[in-house]
Design a protein around this ligand. Sequence first.
Ligand SMILES: Cc1cc2nc3c(=O)[nH]c(=O)nc-3n(C[C@H](O)[C@H](O)[C@H](O)COP(=O)(O)OP(=O)(O)OC[C@H]3O[C@@H](n4cnc5c(N)ncnc54)[C@H](O)[C@@H]3O)c2cc1C
Length: 239
Amino acid sequence: MPRTAKWLGDAMEGLLGSRFPLMKVMETNYINPNIKKIRFKGNLSGMNFQLGYAVIIRVSDTEYRNYSVSFSDVENGILEIIFHLHGAASGCLFMDRLTVGDQVRVSMPRGQKQYDPAVKKQLLFGDETSLGVAVSFQPYLKKNNHEFQFYFELDEANEQVPRLLGLENYTVFPKNNHFRNEQWINDLAIFRAGDWLTANYILTGNVKSVQTFRRVLKNNNISGRIFTAGFWLEGKTGL
Ligand SMILES: Cc1cc2nc3c(=O)[nH]c(=O)nc-3n(C[C@H](O)[C@H](O)[C@H](O)COP(=O)(O)OP(=O)(O)OC[C@H]3O[C@@H](n4cnc5c(N)ncnc54)[C@H](O)[C@@H]3O)c2cc1C
């Protein structure tokens, strides 16, 4: 639902009430000029945050966008999101302008349950829009002694961001359509070594990259589960 009439949005917020709480911006932090982390505070009681869940944020009178929760603390009403400021689009402009004290409407979280504590090996793939998912997973992957890897396709300007966010076990690939090329993906070390064929794969970010990576995983008959969620697609507004 990227767009709706203003009266309908207002009515929905009124009807949904506590399911669409007003959250206050407590802290903003530019990791670099393209990546902004924001901490919100509000009443999150009764909300169920699973790893990889996303919320919908009203970014104008008529537009809504999806964002993953990188950290949540329901008891203290805190949630954090990592935004990719990719250009002069409604969501980006809105997030770029947010400053401490501003208030925004945030929906209750929802999504697929992507984390399985019983699976030893987990690989998360994505781009700048997936950094929040990786940041939310990492403490659990470490605490529960998983073997894990993050694969990111990033713009050159954002190569240092995983390190600045404290991520570990990551590989950065240039965003130059490698992940649109089945043969190139097939040559990745994970397929040659064979021991990542039992892993769970959580693929997010660009729709075309996610679809291509998934096809190669399927062709390699991996025995683990594959979770896919395309977060954005060239030329498409607000997936
Ligand atoms: C479940 C889910 C979780 C998500 N989590 C996050 C998150 O945690 N952080 C985050 O930053 N984004 C996240 N996204 C992606 C975000 O919702 C989209 O990028 C959205 O399009 C941003 O809205 P916008 O108004 O900035 O751009 P739009 O108005 O939607 O798009 C304008 C143009 O920009 C292009 N575009 C959109 N996103 C990007 C991008 N990242 N890079 C380059 N071009 C782009 C579009 O294709 C379109 O051509 C998530 C999406 C989903 C579905």
